[in-house]
Design a protein around this ligand. Structure first.
Ligand SMILES: Nc1ncnc2c1ncn2[C@@H]1O[C@H](COP(=O)(O)OP(=O)(O)OP(=O)(O)O)[C@@H](O)[C@H]1O
Length: 341
């Protein structure tokens, strides 16, 4: 079912504004004609008036301005869709055509210094794609992503060398992140402390568990005092003690006027670490706000989905979307940050 295809059977239609009443989700089941209207054309239930947000150049870290993403991939079966016989045969002989995979619909938001932003969503909803756009290494298909400094991405698969020791990986990692050998030396103790891996540092990395490797990656990435830190699923493997250290370190990064994005399927981690949560679902920014509230909607949605209650899940989806006001970004004259990357 598409994002906008669910239409409640009857809605309490606000005659003055011609908009459905939103707050409290009090649907009134009396006006039959309203149902007819709702089914015509685009669905007004999910049409929202954008809220204009002005970017404060002294506060801003990241601006996503109507950014969308569609992947173009080679497809072995795409030639079948071509209606032109000749084109179909040519594509068949060449063995492929191009298929488009829509991953993110246009979305806008502003993140300021000092925010830790959680990003949640079910598998394939577009979280990692959003992270790629934030790094600036992938250009959006439309719109733009701006950042006040180069975002540092910390992913579970970020490069560590398996055959050398943890100690050598720390040195190498620091150099790879642009520190001089002297700066790397100065950061060494801090990295060891954050990682909590003092006793294992002389062992080759291949003897580390995946949790230990994640801890080392996290410690290296945050030790260089990133202004904008992107973390994709890296924190879920740590134990309780490491999570406490992680939170402390993220608070420090935030306090240094940085901002942190944290992608995670663990709502506990998100609620514990984040000051704000973006819920991306079916490529759409469905909610942007208070971690408790957003996580609660998400939990309800996924509970319905896992029980195959599609209609109930869609109701939660639409209800959440109704509460979300899309943002229209406005820059003050001459204060646009540079493109991310
Ligand atoms: N390199 C790519 N080429 C083509 N399609 C892609 C590519 N990367 C992602 N996609 C598609 O884009 C959509 C969003 O994928 P993405 O990896 O961003 O989701 P996700 O929310 O991070 O998922 P997960 O929670 O499983 O990691 C999916 O439909 C996916 O198949």
């Amino acid at each position: 079912m598409s994002a906008t295809s669910y239409i409640p059977r009857r809605v309490n239609w606000n005659a003055k504004s011609r908009a459905p009443q939103r707050d409290g989700a009090q649907w009134d089941f009396e006006d039959d004609e309203a149902v007819e209207e709702l089914t015509l054309g685009s669905n007004p239930l999910t049409e929202q008036v954008p809220v204009v947000e002005t970017v404060d150049p002294d506060e801003v870290s990241v601006v996503v301005d109507q950014a969308s993403m569609t992947y173009r991939v080679r497809s072995q079966t795409e030639y079948r869709k071509s209606t032109n016989w000749f084109a179909r045969q040519v594509k068949k002989v060449l063995g492929s055509g191009w298929a488009e995979v829509p991953a993110l619909e246009p979305m806008s938001f502003i993140v300021n210094h000092g925010e830790t932003v959680g990003v949640i969503g079910t598998n394939g909803s577009g979280k990692s794609t959003l992270m790629k756009l934030l790094t600036g290494k992938v250009r959006p298909s439309s719109g733009e992503v701006y950042a006040t400094s180069t975002p540092i991405m910390l992913g579970v698969n970020a490069a560590l060398v398996k055959t050398i020791s943890g100690r050598e990986n720390i040195r190498l990692g620091c150099l790879a992140m642009g520190l001089s050998p002297k700066q790397a030396e100065e950061k060494y103790d801090l990295i060891v402390e954050i990682s909590g891996l003092k006793d294992a540092l002389d062992m080759p990395l291949k003897t580390y568990s995946s949790g230990m490797q994640s801890r080392l990656q996290f410690a290296i990435a945050t030790a260089v005092d990133p202004d904008i830190l992107l973390i994709d699923e890296a924190l879920n493997t740590g134990d309780a003690q490491f999570r406490a250290r992680t939170k402390k370190r993220l608070d420090e990064v935030r306090a240094q006027a940085g901002c942190v994005f944290l992608v995670s399927h663990s709502l506990g981690t998100i609620k514990q670490m984040c000051t704000r949560v973006l819920w991306v679902e079916q490529g759409r920014l469905l909610a942007d706000g208070d971690p408790e509230w957003v996580c609660q909607q998400y939990e309800e949605y996924t509970a319905h989905k896992s029980q195959e209650r599609k209609r109930s899940a869609q109701i939660v989806y639409d209800r959440t979307l109704l509460k979300h006001s899309p943002v229209q970004v406005r820059f003050k004259e001459g204060t646009r940050p540079r493109r991310a990357g």
